[in-house]
Design a protein around this ligand. Structure first.
Ligand code: TYD
Ligand code: MG
Length: 452
């Protein structure tokens, strides 16, 4: 076997292959495999030459890692209660969603709290970042700004300055002169992230890496970096909506699935402390096709409006269009309605949308989705002061969901007075709400819309 075989890597998913292929077997992408430099053959010489590393027992750890708060509470919450020293964080998101804006605001906030902070931009010139800082009113924050893409120079600078926090915007622009591949390629992104994360752990510097994701996954995205860092945050939002959600998908120091809600304004991102009120803001009177879901996002209850439109279709296979909800979830609910309750959607287009650009992943949203669709189909409005939640099983039964009390409490706080929920063994407090517990979908359809 030749010693110096080169390796082939898929630029979309990062899978390694022995030879070039037109299609990646791992992710199915076409023309995504590129040849890269030789794989390392491991340490040279005999293993006996290694240095023995010091070992400690599990109990010797001191206090919990110190955390620094930025004062931006939506950000601190997503981080699990503040920034942990010497941690590595990845912030991913579509280009133009507001990552640089968020991180410039975050780094300024940390700097104002007394942390030594550096912001290294590989995408924009220093003057451009300064212009943005001026627009955001952040020029007074004591942040060290650098515009550089050569990672060797950046690491030297970090080593000399020893900041508490360094933001690298973005990891795709960074390059190491020891690697031949172009910046943004899988091997460069992976190596650059590895260098920065190792540096962070060794020298006690927290790093935040910015990574772009593309819908097609064409450029080496944050995916290849995710396993190296402590925390992975995604910054998401719909174009045309001003709301932005910062979502933790992995966090070694806090709850995953925690979200922070922001609003993009002319003066940067501002915190949204009561997102329920915001997502429901343009609801005035009862309209058919709308249902309010009492959801839980991370540790926080949140109300969201689910909107549906059902219309006769001219197509052989009618449309099923979703925004903010998984398409497979909609198909399942339609199938259960048809098989268990006998309500067919053949010949009908179904459009489903979560208001405000929010995205719903919880199975507990099933009942609100079914409610919105049925309301649209039957042209019967759901009472405007009613919230719904519950998971629909394939048998048509409604399954209890977590944190029912918290959902009811949030609904009560926003002026809702009744809730439709699965029949649960114990609901301690109803928070003053009229609770209509139902055990299956047939009962739900019967009570809400007549016999169907
Ligand atoms: P940016 O942070 O550059 O996005 P990213 O780094 O994720 O690519 O944000 C770019 C968008 O944000 C741009 O379309 C303009 C908008 N924006 C505002 O609406 N208000 C502001 O104060 C700023 C700085 C940007
Ligand atoms: Mg940017």
């Amino acid at each position: 076997m030749s010693k110096n075989t080169s390796s082939f890597t898929c630029t979309a998913c990062g899978a390694a292959h022995r030879k070039w292929n037109g299609q990646c077997e791992a992710c199915g992408g076409w023309n995504t495999i590129v040849e890269e430099g030789a794989l390392s053959s491991g340490p040279k010489g005999s293993l006996a030459k290694g240095r023995s590393i010091p070992l400690t027992d599990l109990a010797t750890q001191g206090a919990a890692p110190p955390r620094a708060s930025s004062g931006i509470s939506e950000l601190d919450r997503v981080l699990g209660g503040g920034l942990v020293a010497a941690s590595a964080i990845l912030v991913g998101g579509d280009p133009g969603i507001g990552k640089s804006t968020l991180l410039l605001q975050a780094v300024s906030a940390f700097a104002n709290k007394g942390l030594k902070c550096l912001y290294i931009s590989g995408e924009e010139a220093a003057a451009q970042v300064q212009m943005r800082a001026e627009r955001l009113g952040l020029t007074k924050a004591p942040v060290g700004l650098g515009a550089e893409t050569n990672l060797r120079d950046i690491l030297t600078t970090l080593d000399r300055e020893r900041p508490d926090l360094a933001v690298i915007d973005s990891i795709q622009t960074m390059w190491l002169d020891t690697i031949e591949a172009a910046p943004g390629s899988v091997s460069q992104v992976r190596a650059a992230a590895h260098e920065l994360v190792t540096f962070a752990k060794k020298k006690g510097v927290s790093v935040i890496l910015v990574g772009h994701v593309t819908k097609e996954g064409q450029i080496a995205g944050p995916r290849v970096v995710e396993h190296m860092v402590d925390t992975v945050l995604y910054f998401e939002g719909e174009r045309g909506h001003q709301f932005r959600i910062l979502r933790a998908v992995k966090n070694r120091f806090g709850a995953a699935d925690e979200i922070g809600v922001f609003e993009m304004t002319g003066g940067g991102l501002s915190e949204v402390t009561n997102p329920s009120a915001l997502f429901l803001s343009d609801r005035e009177k009862a309209t058919a096709g709308s249902a309010v879901f009492a959801g839980i996002e991370g540790t926080r209850p949140m109300l969201m409006e689910i909107q549906a439109l059902v219309a006769p279709s001219t197509l052989a296979s009618p449309r099923r269009t979703v925004v903010g909800i998984d398409g497979a979830r909609l198909s399942t609910i339609l199938a259960v309605l048809e098989a268990r309750v006998g309500i067919t959607f053949a010949g009908l287009d179904v459009f489903l949308n979560v208001a405000g650009g929010m995205r719903v992943n919880e199975p507990a949203a099933d009942l609100a989705i079914a409610g919105a669709i049925l309301s649209a189909r039957e042209d019967v409005a759901i009472p405007p002061d009613m919230v719904l939640f519950g998971e629909i099983s394939l048998s048509g039964a409604l399954r209890p969901v977590s944190q029912m009390e918290n959902r009811l409490k949030e609904a009560a706080k926003l002026g809702f007075t009744q809730a439709v929920a699965p029949r649960a063994a114990k609901v301690q407090s109803q928070a003053g709400m009229t609770l209509r517990e139902m055990s299956d979908l047939t009962a739900f359809v019967g009570e809400m819309f007549g016999a169907g």
